[in-house]
Design a protein around this ligand. Structure first.
Ligand SMILES: *[C@@H]1O[C@H](CO)[C@@H](O)[C@H](O)[C@H]1NC(C)=O
Ligand SMILES: *[C@@H]1O[C@H](CO)[C@@H](O)[C@H](O)[C@H]1NC(C)=O
Ligand SMILES: *[C@@H]1O[C@H](CO)[C@@H](O)[C@H](O)[C@H]1NC(C)=O
Ligand SMILES: *[C@@H]1O[C@H](CO)[C@@H](O)[C@H](O)[C@H]1NC(C)=O
Ligand SMILES: *[C@@H]1O[C@H](CO)[C@@H](O)[C@H](O)[C@H]1NC(C)=O
Length: 483
């Protein structure tokens, strides 16, 4: 039943996509430069579609764009902000409607951008930056949050394929974002949200199971995945089972947020994110009169077991002798010391609300992953940061540079990294998935709305924490000297 409902929605979205005949194909549009160019050294393209072609209009979001105009001094920085912040609303809201059997149940289908499909993690992160434009349930943007939550709930009750734990966590994060901004608790009791949480809880329990039973016998896991692919990390080893895990209290994530198969299944960043948002969603569950008895407590118990297991199993000794968080572990002592740019990452732990950015183990971890000790650290004259096995070595993901800015109080670190981001768009004025650390013209994904939105969110975060930094120039030194 649910599967059929979801399929109908997707079909409607595709029909709608075809009917938008007059507007430019944004895949192509985003690879070209458009006037007026920004007046800084990088002469960045204007990338917002014509108002008539935008896929959602939010007055709150437009107000923020206007407000920042007076707050940002650097013309290239402002251009990048005005292009990126609204990018999901401008280009990626593919379909909005209501459920076939309940006209009060809003639904919203958000594509990732260049990929014409809706990802649970991406769509939660794509609209997360707009929480700053939402103060109650009647704001225009609130309807997008409800529509995405309802749509994701339907998908979660059915099943996903290459399973990533952060998809569960992203759904919980979206609920948290909507609830904290609007206080609208009634919404959560009305449609499929409770069933989606039950489904997340039972799948998470199954994903804690160790590979071997008490007598050493192999226990066939409930989740297996195999596919025919040219990508080594696109399928799971051991005939679709993945590498063995011991019992730890952590939840397996056979795939990473980058969509690559894990080396060790217990992703520490994804488990951190689960712990944080299980707790905040338990707060919502507790306030629902129709919540199943004991469910909120079960959510809290799972969160504390995960926190405890991160201390016991996820905190390890680096070759330097310092205590750090591992990226992945297996409960046998296997530990993967690295970080991937995709969020949830170790770098993003304070952004996720798991710990304070001054936490000693986090600071040790941060020094390791922002250095050549991280096998996925990419360094070069254009942009240095963390990459991902999803592309190739040497390609920095600007997303990690954005996250670096959001997790530091150091003005110098913020300035240096902001300059690198501005210099890395090849004049196109959008955030790419990855950029060759030595050559800004070599990049991947022209229309990646998650990273665009995250850049906008970062600018708003600087406005809140350090508004003075928005009054500075981020122009390259040579340009300033010549001017
Ligand atoms: C609408 O359909 C969904 C999916 O089949 C179902 O779970 C839900 O209970 C239905 N709602 C109503 C009000 O009938
Ligand atoms: C848009 O352009 C891309 C190539 O840039 C192409 O792959 C895609 O099919 C086009 N989409 C439509 C709806 O025409
Ligand atoms: C957004 O507003 C413009 C007018 O400024 C309008 O032409 C367009 O249809 C609107 N888009 C949507 C999705 O409502
Ligand atoms: C919701 O917030 C908007 C401002 O964003 C305000 O204009 C409106 O009056 C508020 N509505 C309610 C019901 O509080
Ligand atoms: C496997 O997990 C069990 C239960 O948590 C623990 O007692 C045992 O020491 C672990 N094995 C290894 C090799 O760490």
């Amino acid at each position: 039943m649910l599967m059929r409902g979801a399929t109908r929605v997707v079909a409607a979205a595709l029909l709608f996509g075809v009917s938008v005949g007059e507007c430019p194909n944004y895949s192509t549009h985003s690879q070209q430069r458009h006037e007026p160019l920004s007046t800084g050294a990088y002469a960045l393209s204007y990338q917002r579609p014509d108002p008539a072609c935008r896929t959602f209009n939010s007055s709150g979001v437009e107000e923020i764009i206007v407000r920042l105009k007076d707050k940002i001094y650097d013309p290239d920085l402002y251009r990048l902000f005005e292009n990126t912040f609204p990018n999901t609303l401008d280009t990626a809201i593919r379909w909005r409607g209501v459920a076939a059997n309940n006209t009060a149940e809003e639904l919203c289908f958000v594509i990732t951008g260049d990929i014409n499909a809706m990802w649970i993690r991406d769509s939660a992160d794509q609209i997360a930056p707009y929480k700053s434009a939402m103060s109650n349930a009647t704001d225009d943007i609130a309807s997008v949050f409800r529509g995405v939550l309802n749509m994701q709930a339907r998908y979660l009750i059915v099943f996903t394929c290459n399973f990533e734990l952060d998809d569960f966590a992203a759904f919980l994060q979206l609920g948290h974002d909507y609830y904290t901004a609007t206080g609208d608790v009634d919404f959560f009791g009305k449609y499929q949200w409770i069933y989606a949480i039950q489904s997340i809880m039972s799948a998470s329990k199954a994903l804690k199971q160790p590979t071997y039973g008490p007598d050493g016998e192999w226990v066939v896991p409930e989740y297996t995945f195999q596919s025919q692919t040219m990508t080594g990390s696109g399928t799971l080893g051991n005939h679709g089972v993945g590498n063995p895990v011991n019992y730890t209290g952590l939840i397996r994530s056979p795939f990473r947020p980058s969509d690559d198969a894990a080396t060790y299944d217990f992703s520490i960043p994804a488990n951190m994110m689960m712990a944080v948002y299980l707790e905040s969603n338990a707060d919502i569950m507790e306030r629902l009169p129709n919540a199943p008895a004991g469910l909120a407590k079960e959510m809290r118990d799972m969160a504390s077991e995960v926190r405890e297991a991160i201390k016991t199993w996820g905190t390890v000794k680096a070759p330097s002798g310092k205590k750090v968080f591992a990226y992945e572990v297996d409960g046998y002592g296997g530990q993967n010391l690295m970080d991937d740019a995709n969020v949830p990452s170790l770098l993003s732990a304070p952004f996720l609300g798991y710990l304070d950015k001054n936490d000693e183990i986090y600071q040790n971890t941060r020094s390791l992953i922002l250095s050549r000790s991280n096998p996925f650290w990419c360094q070069g004259p254009i942009i240095s940061g963390i990459g991902s096995p999803h592309v190739q070595p040497g390609a920095t993901w600007p997303m990690s540079v954005i996250m670096r800015i959001m997790t530091t109080d150091d003005d110098i670190e913020i300035r240096t990294n902001m300059k690198m981001i501005l210099s890395s768009t090849a004049g196109l004025g959008l955030i790419h998935e990855s950029v060759n650390a030595f050559d800004a013209k070599k990049w991947s994904r022209q229309w990646f709305t998650w990273a665009n939105g995250l850049f906008g969110q970062m600018v708003l975060d600087i406005e809140a924490r350090k508004p003075g930094l928005l009054k500075e120039s981020y122009q390259p030194f040579r340009y300033m000297a010549a001017a």
